[in-house]
Design a protein around this ligand. Structure first.
Ligand code: GDP
Length: 365
């Protein structure tokens, strides 16, 4: 499953946020495995379309798409040199598909700030520098190896060396690998290095409950937004503490509480949607009387690979797919009506699945 890692300095609200996530996820009975690893949380991806499809088809079961978070505690100054959990911590980050960086934007004199005061710019720099230093070490080690291979005239090594040297220059300036402006092919060449600062980042500005309604005017939040804009990263403003409270409520109680706070959706929902977008993910649906279900794929995925998300047999034995666009289906009111109107298309193995497509796969085993 695609995974987002939650990072940040100590005492910024990571565990609080993570607990809110697992609490919300615990309501979903579809993921019994989420209790196995205490550092992994699974949440449903909020999607209005799934509910509209379910209302139309009235299936026995409705299954939303899910999204995985990992709590990566232990990043402190000096981690790249082995301080704190150091390298172990960094190897956890290496495995995730994207990063949510929690930044403390709340003041509370009872809660110690590791650097002595609330200072988002300095906090962000501390974390990013550790990641950059770790990457710099990875890149330099690799340069050593490739340099030797290069001498024997190995073409691949020569190409890789060029990319590595560019990365080294960017990292040595304290900038993330993302900023090197590599194209798809170059990214592919260094993919196996799993560079930490190549991953997309979403900043979560953690504000206090009182600041929630006017977070846009909060100078700490403005700082985070400015830094994020400079890096091409996204920002979600959230109050981890409020999320933890919201997560404990259900149904009407929850709606009322959100209204009281002047919010339309919980911050968690916004965070999940933002993380989904960050990973370049889209959703397709399968819709039958037994089950209406949302499936997650990367943008640009072709029909057989999309089918493979359901089962590898579907991909291997893929023949074709019967497809109807979400808006078309909703406009028709039923699959039968869509078929009569000729809006159910047959697509082959080169079809690129669109966000919201309702798919019915035909395959041979
Ligand atoms: P972590 O070390 O980053 O995982 O931080 P925690 O989630 O353990 O939070 C550290 C402390 O800050 C805890 O006592 C939380 O209750 C508190 N905390 C987290 N978010 C907020 C917030 O939005 N406002 C206030 N006042 N306290 C918070």
């Amino acid at each position: 499953a695609l995974t987002t890692g939650i990072v940040g300095l100590p005492n910024v609200g990571k565990s609080t946020l993570f607990n809110a996530i697992t609490q919300a996820g615990a309501e979903s009975a579809n993921y019994p495995f989420c209790t196995i690893d205490p550092n992994v949380g699974v949440v449903d991806v909020p999607d209005e379309r799934l509910h509209r499809l379910a209302a139309m088809i009235q299936p026995q079961r409705v299954v939303p798409a899910s999204f995985q978070f990992v709590d990566i505690a232990g990043l402190v100054k000096g981690a790249s040199k082995g301080e704190g959990l150091g390298n172990k911590f960094l190897s956890h980050i290496r495995e995730v598909d994207a990063i949510i960086h929690v930044v403390r934007c709340f003041e509370d004199e009872n809660i110690t700030h590791v650097a002595g005061q609330v200072d988002p710019a300095s906090d962000i720099e501390t974390i990013n520098l550790e990641l950059v230093l770790a990457d710099l070490e990875t890149v330099e080690k690799r340069i050593d190896r490739v340099q030797r291979q290069k001498k024997s005239g190995d073409k691949q090594a020569i190409a890789e060396y060029e990319v590595l040297v560019r990365l080294q220059a960017v990292l040595a300036e304290g900038r993330p690998a993302r900023a090197a402006g590599l194209d798809q092919e170059e990214k592919h060449i260094i993919k196996s290095l799993n560079l930490l600062t190549m991953k997309n980042v979403l900043y979560a500005a953690n504000v206090s409950e009182e600041e929630m309604a006017r977070a846009d005017k909060n100078p700490y939040v403005q700082t985070v937004k400015r830094i994020a804009a400079g890096e091409g990263a996204g920002v979600v403003t959230i109050s981890a503490q409020v999320e933890a409270e919201i997560a404990e409520l259900e149904g009407e109680e929850r709606e009322l509480f959100l209204q009281e706070l002047g919010l339309e959706t919980s911050g968690l929902d916004r965070l999940i949607s933002a993380a989904y977008g960050l990973l370049g993910l889209i959703t397709y649906f399968t819709a039958g009387e037994k089950e209406v279900r949302a499936w997650t794929i990367r943008e640009g995925t072709k029909a057989p690979q999309a089918a493979g998300v359901i089962h590898s047999d579907f991909e291997r034995g893929f023949i074709r797919a019967e497809v109807v666009g979400y808006d078309d289906l909703i406009a028709c009111g039923s699959l039968g009506a869509a078929r009569e109107k000729g809006l159910l298309r047959l697509e082959g193995k080169d079809y690129i699945v669109n966000d919201g497509d309702i798919m019915n796969f035909r395959f041979a085993v």
